[in-house]
Design a protein around this ligand. Structure first.
Ligand code: GLA
Length: 419
């Protein structure tokens, strides 16, 4: 999901060479220095705004999902990776119950709430997320103080890279830290999800929040959405296999709040009910053909996608554990075909990005995230990043589309306290 007005696209996030996870030591040192300066700027902004230093700074990343799309709300499986781009939550606890919210990517205004906290749907725009996290924690029985908050994010918005989850998770972690709640990763993820579901009004699953909180550097997160607490890390190091992961933002605004996502989710729930199953995750692949015969024509393709996609996650995990990273390529491409033809959440731009990347030598490519625009990932031989990015750009220009943006994609760490 996308947090409105909370993120800006910074030049530093995009690498014209089609950045990879395998950054040389010098580039990593430069990256660390840039991050330190960014942290200083965010602390200085908080201090200038509120006239006092913060109690701490917390960071939560955006994500890409390698495979396992539209499975989370069907109790299924996913394999996301945290991105290096993060949302910073700079915060200080207050003693009068008041909440003050400001974003470097907002309109400059400070949103103020009284000690009664937010009512669901009452706070508009980006501020609904932090207000919702406060509301979700209160609803869970935590007695919270007020707080002052300044947000600064490098997670692109509208790119299907979970800027909303990064925002909500950074705030959940900040409130946890300010109040010493000591919540577990999955508890923080559930809090952030509840903020989106109940206070923002978006019926998302838990994949984005779990990725933002629980991912680890150099790993993909093997998530079973029925039992998020039992997540596992799967080593993901394309560079070790002479490969690179490319992320291309098609710049087609991705917004799942418009009802299409909710309709798909409702369709899956209806199909599960017709099949007399708790969730589509409970349909074994061997029973898929019989199940499809029992379903109306509009629901059958949704079910086929979910069941085959869960299978692709299992296959991807097996391949990664076996060190067969290159063999992941066809699995990604099959996932895209399923999202395009069965789930119908791709669009001409994502389809073109995938086909152009494949034609330029990518081993596999797919849209990532909820769809209807957003970003495409491609697994490419190391050294081919720029050529593949360029081929996609040329294809876009020829088709009359705005050129895509290349993002640095690497298996980065999950949410953490920085200061
Ligand atoms: C969005 C939602 C997630 C998930 C994906 C599709 O990102 O927030 O919960 O459903 O779409 O896999």
């Amino acid at each position: 999901m996308t947090a409105p007005g909370t993120s800006r696209r910074e030049a530093g996030d995009e690498r014209p060479d089609g950045g990879t996870g395998a950054r040389p030591a010098a580039a990593r040192a430069t990256g660390a220095a840039e991050e330190a300066r960014r942290l200083d700027r965010a602390v200085a902004a908080f201090t200038a705004l509120y006239g006092t230093v913060p109690d701490g700074v917390w960071a939560a990343p955006g994500r890409i999902n390698l495979i396992g799309e539209h499975t989370d709300y069907n109790d299924g499986f996913a394999l996301p990776v945290a991105l290096p781009q993060t949302t910073l939550a700079v915060a200080r606890r207050r003693t009068d119950g008041r909440i003050r919210l400001h974003s470097a990517q907002g309109d400059g205004r400070v949103t103020e709430l009284g000690p009664e906290g937010p009512a669901p749907g009452a706070v508009p725009g980006w501020a609904a997320y932090p207000a919702g996290v406060h509301g979700a924690l209160t609803r869970a029985g935590h007695r919270l103080e007020g707080f002052d908050l300044h947000i600064d994010s490098t997670v692109p918005t509208g790119a299907g890279l979970s800027s909303s989850a990064a925002l909500a998770c950074a705030v959940a972690l900040a409130l946890d830290g300010l109040h010493g709640l000591d919540l577990t990763g999955p508890e923080l993820a559930r809090t952030a999800q509840l903020a989106e579901n109940a206070f923002v009004g978006v019926p998302c699953g838990i994949m984005d929040q779990m990725a933002s909180v629980c991912c680890e550097e150099g790993s993909a997160l093997h998530l079973d959405s029925r039992t998020p607490d039992r997540y596992r890390q799967v080593p993901f190091d394309p560079a070790a296999a002479d490969l690179a992961l490319l992320a291309l933002d098609t710049r087609v605004a991705h917004d799942l709040g418009d009802g299409a996502y909710a309709a798909l989710r409702a369709g899956c729930e209806r199909a599960a009910a017709l099949l007399d199953l708790p969730a589509l995750r409970d349909l074994p692949a061997a029973e898929l053909p019989t199940a499809l015969d029992r379903l109306p024509a509009d629901l059958a393709p949704l079910v086929r996608h979910v069941v085959t996609e869960n299978g692709r996650v299992a296959e991807a995990v097996t391949l990664l554990h076996a060190g067969r990273t290159a063999a992941l390529g066809p699995v990604l491409t099959a996932g895209h075909a399923s999202l395009r033809d069965d789930y119908r959440v791709s669009c001409p731009e994502t389809d073109l990005a995938v086909s152009a990347a494949l034609a330029a030598g990518a081993l596999g490519a797919r849209m990532t995230g909820g769809g209807f625009g957003g970003s495409v990932i491609a697994l490419v031989p190391a050294g081919r990043e720029a050529a593949v990015a360029e081929a996609v750009t040329t294809a876009f220009t020829t088709a009359g589309y705005r050129p895509p943006r290349t993002l640095r994609a690497a298996a980065a760490p999950g949410a953490r306290r920085l200061l």
